[in-house]
Write a protein that binds this ligand. Structure first.
Ligand code: HEM
Length: 186
């Protein structure tokens, strides 16, 4: 399937009523509005992702899904780091940091799913280095978060090791957000 990538306002992608802004928007001219089968690899299969966007459009929701949920893992990761640092002074906040990290890790999978949906719908599954990096960091983040939780439960209360891990989580989340911004706004 031939794919076109347009700069700036992607409204030229005829089937999109409210696409994300951004410098790189890819769409396949062969995928017209209402055609749920055109991207399907196997004949007769319904394109579930397009079906989801069309159903949402019918109830008036025409925005990308991913930005609505990214705040959860982003915020929880930042909270984990900040409470982790604060726990050096107030030891009981180490528990708060761990709770934030667990919640952050729980919300990474739904955030990834929403990201993959937007990636398919708005960027036509483009495999640019931005998206490859996004995938790597997205898989790394929950591993780091859960490692920090495990280290926080195991290490002595005054250990700095969990905080180093929380800092790595923070950099990973910042990387995900920065690349997200590059994708969306350029
Ligand atoms: C495989 C996983 C992922 C993919 C394919 C992906 C894809 C995308 C895409 C396409 C965008 C541009 C906005 C849009 O159209 O939705 C974006 C933005 C963004 N992503 Fe991801 N993402 C993934 C994982 C994550 C994770 C796990 C986080 C956070 C922990 C995250 C944080 C962000 C943020 C903060 C933005 C900017 C949102 C905004 O414009 O307001 N992403 N991502």
């Amino acid at each position: 399937m031939r794919r076109e990538c347009v700069q700036g306002d992607p409204l030229t992608g005829a089937r999109r009523s409210n696409p994300p802004r951004g410098p790189l928007v890819c769409y396949s001219p062969t995928r017209a509005s209402g055609d749920l089968r055109s991207r399907s690899p196997g004949e007769g299969e319904i394109d579930v992702i397009e079906l989801v966007y069309q159903l949402l459009e019918q109830v008036g929701f025409t925005h990308p899904l991913h930005p609505a949920i990214t705040h959860l893992p982003m915020g929880m990761t930042m909270g984990a780091f900040l409470f982790g640092v604060a726990s050096l002074r107030y030891g009981s906040l180490a528990t708060t940091a761990r709770h934030c990290a667990v919640l952050g890790a729980i919300f990474v999978p739904p955030t990834m799913i929403a990201g993959i949906f937007d990636w398919q719908h708005y960027y036509d599954g483009d495999w640019s280095s931005l998206f490859i990096t996004k995938f790597v960091l997205a898989f790394l983040l929950p591993i780091l978060l859960l490692s920090a939780v495990a280290a926080g439960s195991r290490e002595r209360a005054d250990s700095r090791f969990p905080i180093v891990l929380y800092a790595l989580c923070l950099f990973t989340a910042i990387g995900l957000g920065y690349i997200g911004g590059e994708i969306g706004y350029g």
